[in-house]
Write a protein that binds this ligand. Structure first.
Ligand SMILES: NC(=O)c1ccc[n+]([C@@H]2O[C@H](COP(=O)([O-])OP(=O)(O)OC[C@H]3O[C@@H](n4cnc5c(N)ncnc54)[C@H](O)[C@@H]3O)[C@@H](O)[C@H]2O)c1
Length: 325
């Protein structure tokens, strides 16, 4: 295990949903965090609690800046870990802007990892995605299923696949393929936001929950604090866990939940009941998604801990509080 005291970490996408939780946790365990964000989808309020910490510095920059990592090392000295989360996260936007998506989500990642290697970083951890599997129907999805033959459903999925592959080819690279992440700070207002943040919003506004399709489609939902622990494990910053070799690893719970079950659980927790409205299925939506999580469990001793009901309760509490702020 790495000595955490003052370990220097770059977190790109730090003002986003996941990046802000990760940065808070790193600061809390004694790391120094150099955050980078261009605020294209991130928010100042997500990093409010970090602003006063002397272990946190923020750079309002794009990851496309030439020589970004070198500049951060010159300014902040001795940086050892790069957690690379910044990305175009909207699948529809990636469809209408394929070149920009390739540039940011793939090419810029390649430049960052090469610089991190040259500058002596210990680990580079990339935020991959279940979208890298396209519409593969072999469930649960194993890491090796995404390969050169995979038909990706969007430039988002394609760019994530290429960037994960490039990351894993580097001796310091770990690509974590996240399934559906949820939790506090996920923005319900954005057109690409996860189903959980939309359902929570509808339940709190006492509006009927709307489901696209029959509601029997399934997803693997993982709570954001489990994702943060997966990041620490991937970096070797987790107490007593083995340090995983460079490579690509799924991060999910390994449990499938139907969208109908999800809607019922949220309504139950919000003490609200109203018939669900069914809308036509959206073209391009995949039917089922489920992670095989054995590889990361074996390599890093990591396993998701937060049951769906607890994670949803936390998300609802946060959303209720946010409503009154
Ligand atoms: N949320 C999920 O369910 C999920 C699932 C799989 C993978 N991921 C991946 O995890 C990462 C974090 O996702 P999130 O849900 O926190 O999204 P988010 O939109 O909340 O965070 C992304 C952050 O990156 C920043 N950013 C975007 N382009 C940038 C650029 N060129 N330069 C600097 N900063 C830039 C945004 O402003 C934002 O703060 C992303 O790479 C995403 O693709 C998320």
């Amino acid at each position: 295990m790495t000595n955490l005291h003052g370990a220097g970490c770059v977190v790109t996408g730090v003002a986003g949903f996941v990046g802000s939780h990760l940065a808070e946790r790193l600061v809390n365990i004694g790391c120094r965090v150099v955050g980078v964000d261009d605020f294209s989808s991130g928010r100042e309020e997500n990093i409010r609690s970090l602003k006063d910490s002397d272990r946190f510095a923020l750079h309002n920059l794009s990851i496309r800046e030439n020589g970004l990592i070198e500049r951060l090392c010159d300014l902040h000295g001795n940086l050892q870990f790069c957690f690379h989360l910044a990305a175009i996260v909207s699948v529809p936007y990636s469809m209408s802007h394929p070149d920009e998506t390739m540039d940011i989500n793939f090419r810029a990642t390649g430049a960052l990892i090469r610089d991190a290697h040259r500058l002596g970083f210990k680990r580079f951890i990339f935020a991959g995605s279940a979208a890298e599997y396209g519409n593969d129907r072999r469930l649960p999805l194993r890491e090796a299923y995404a390969d050169g033959q995979t038909v990706h459903l969007s430039p988002y999925g394609r760019a994530k696949y290429l960037a994960s592959t490039e990351t894993a080819a580097s001796p310091l690279g770990v690509a974590l393929r996240f399934f559906n992440i949820y939790g506090p700070r996920q923005d319900p207002g954005s057109p690409y936001s996860g189903v959980i943040s939309r359902f929570v919003d509808m339940a709190l506004e006492r509006k009927p929950l709307t489901i696209f399709g029959d509601g029997l489609q399934t997803r693997d939902f993982i709570y954001v604090s489990d994702v943060v622990e997966a990041y620490l494990a991937a970096a070797g910053l987790s107490m007593s866990n083995p340090i995983p070799p460079a490579g690509i690893y799924n991060v999910g719970t390994g449990q499938a939940v139907t969208i109908r079950q999800l809607a019922d659980t949220i309504m139950n927790l919000a003490q609200y009941s109203e018939p669900v409205r069914f809308l036509p299925e959206r073209p391009g939506d995949i039917r089922h998604s489920l992670a095989d999580v054995h590889a990361f469990e074996t390599a890093a001793g990591w396993r998701a801990q937060v049951p769906l009901s607890s994670g949803l309760r936390q998300t609802l509490l946060w959303a209720k509080k946010a409503e009154h702020e």
